[in-house]
Design a protein around this ligand. Structure first.
Ligand code: ADP
Ligand code: MG
Length: 225
């Protein structure tokens, strides 16, 4: 075990779009101690989603290295990388939408079950309860509000007990009071020892974390108190 659950050195990502190059992330280094709740704040287009995708092993950096719990993830085979990712990381990304034909319980349990680790029915209900959704366990996504859907997705993220959660704009497009509820849930998860990285364009969201980093045109800096 290393002290840092994630450490990244000199990460860069250049997207080639036709003849032009987009420098989405440039020479970013950071170290995240186990158990910390960190936010990364920046304007739209500053490279936040790209950085989070690099850290989570979803997008391969043009240069630089990412260590997840001491393992150099981009030196792994695809198979080993996806195994490590599944074991350690919970993604709360906006594209991770619910399956409309499954109720809350099945949406929460399905990905873990497909991964060969079906959670007990009790575990699923505990998670839904933690999200304040015990009376929505058998509802289908269409019957749920946006905030409720987001909480079902969060329960699904937690079902494998990830060591770290990477959340990309987890409260984007939600009303302020629901945003506050979701942030309270993240704090509760963090209080249980899970490391959390939240990316947001909103200072109100970012300020809820113990530490805030600032993304500006692909460059990362520590935001002083
Ligand atoms: P943010 O999440 O802060 O809005 P992104 O990481 O999504 O920023 O984007 C950073 C820059 O990289 C933007 O200029 C965006 O257009 C560009 N970009 C992001 N993803 C891709 C991609 N897959 N292909 C080409 N350009 C991309
Ligand atoms: Mg983004």
């Amino acid at each position: 075990m290393t002290n840092y659950i994630i450490s990244a050195k000199d990460l860069s990502k250049i997207y080639e779009v036709g003849p032009s190059m987009v420098r989405a992330v440039e020479s970013c280094s950071l170290e995240i101690p186990r158990g910390q709740m960190v936010s990364i704040v920046g304007h739209s287009g500053s490279g936040k989603t790209t950085l989070l995708s690099l850290l989570g092993g979803l997008v391969k950096p043009t240069s630089g290295r990412v260590f997840l719990d001491g393992t150099n993830i981009w030196a792994l085979s695809d198979k080993d990388l996806s195994r490590l990712r599944n074991r350690k990381i919970g993604f709360a990304f906006q594209f991770a939408s619910l399956i409309p034909t499954l109720n809350s319980v099945d949406n929460v349990r399905l990905p873990a079950a497909i991964g060969g680790k079906p959670p007990s029915p009790q575990r699923v209900l505990e998670l839904l309860e933690m999200m304040g959704l015990e009376d929505r366990a058998h509802s289908y996504p269409a019957m749920l509000s946006g905030g409720e859907q987001r909480r079902v997705a969060l329960a699904r993220t937690l079902v494998n007990e990830p060591e770290i959660i990477l959340a990309d704009e987890p409260t984007g497009d939600l009303d302020e009071d629901i945003e506050a509820d979701i942030l309270e849930i993240f704090k509760k998860i963090n209080a249980g020892g899970t490391t959390i990285v939240i990316v947001s364009h909103s200072w109100a969201v970012a300020s809820q974390a113990q530490r805030t980093l600032r993304m500006r045109r692909g460059h990362l800096s520590e935001e002083e108190e």
